[in-house]
Design a protein around this ligand. Structure first.
Ligand SMILES: NC(=O)c1ccc[n+]([C@@H]2O[C@H](COP(=O)([O-])OP(=O)(O)OC[C@H]3O[C@@H](n4cnc5c(N)ncnc54)[C@H](O)[C@@H]3O)[C@@H](O)[C@H]2O)c1
Length: 251
């Protein structure tokens, strides 16, 4: 449940998990701010929400650029004067390859968006939430932040960083009424997974088989978890890194 006029921010909201999360916040009655660097599909996502009767706005933002991130949150402050929920979802997988083959450029790019960019978002969101002593933040990590995955060293490092950033931050602001959690999806059928599997049915089958449920997850299943974690139904939950993975990390 959300209070009337609640404002929710989703980064990386133009497609995939972020788009579904923005739609789910809108269905829950929130005004939604969609931030993404894709200024074609971002506005299209806003249109979709408006057609469903929801309220939404798109702000073009490169999460890897701190000035953009600060401007995004300043815009939210000036327009709404509040931020109730935020899902820091924007992320990239980077290039695939073993650690010794991972270029520094690739490593820096992945960390700049997935970890440093998310860190700046977190800082700005806390500053917006502190005066009202309430708010909930969900950081999009991954099962790759909980267990090792070969061939994506920068991605694993970034998502492991997100999990630990979440835990420490949750402790700092628990008494101030701000909850901070991470969601750790297994393989979710989005464009990111399509880029990794190249839509090859055999590779997709292998990805499905990594999960005891023998299938990939859907963006909707992650979106529902995020919205629930941000709602009052999860009011005593903070500092968690919740795997939504069909049982993968229970093995
Ligand atoms: N799909 C999966 O299997 C999976 C699994 C675990 C975690 N995740 C995480 O979930 C998040 C979303 O993944 P997805 O599968 O929906 O990916 P996706 O590639 O389908 O969508 C990512 C979205 O983020 C946006 N984005 C990327 N870099 C950005 C930047 N610098 N600034 C602003 N926007 C940016 C893209 O434009 C796009 O709209 C990512 O953080 C990803 O690491 C995905």
């Amino acid at each position: 449940m959300f209070k009337k006029d609640a404002v929710a921010l989703v980064t990386g909201a133009a497609t995939g998990i972020g788009l579904e999360t923005a739609l789910a916040f809108a269905r829950a009655g929130c005004q939604v701010v969609l931030a993404d660097r894709d200024d074609v599909r971002g506005p299209q996502a806003v249109e979709r929400i408006r057609k469903l009767g929801g309220q939404a706005v798109f702000i073009r933002t490169d999460i890897g650029n701190a000035d953009d991130v600060i401007a995004l949150h300043q815009h939210i402050k000036d327009t709404f004067g509040r931020l109730d929920a935020a899902c820091n979802n924007a992320g990239i997988e980077g290039e695939q390859g073993a650690t010794a083959d991972c270029s520094l450029e690739n490593f820096d790019r992945v960390i700049a968006i997935n970890l440093r960019g998310l860190f700046v978002c977190l800082q700005e969101q806390i500053k917006l939430m502190l005066p009202r002593k309430r708010g909930a933040i969900v950081n999009m990590a991954s099962v790759a932040g909980l267990v090792g995955f070969a061939g994506l060293p920068a991605y694993c490092a970034s998502k492991g960083g997100v999990v630990q950033l979440t835990r420490g931050c949750a402790l700092e602001y628990a008494e101030a009424g701000i909850r901070v959690n991470a969601v750790c999806p297994g393989a979710i059928k989005t464009e990111m997974i399509d880029r990794i599997t190249q839509k090859d049915p055999a590779t997709e089958k292998q990805f499905a088989a990594m999960h005891p449920m023998n299938r990939m997850g859907t963006p909707q299943e992650i979106a529902d978890t995020v919205v629930w974690l941000c709602s009052s139904q999860a009011s005593f939950i903070t500092g968690q890194a919740l795997a939504v993975d069909g049982g993968m990390v229970a093995r």
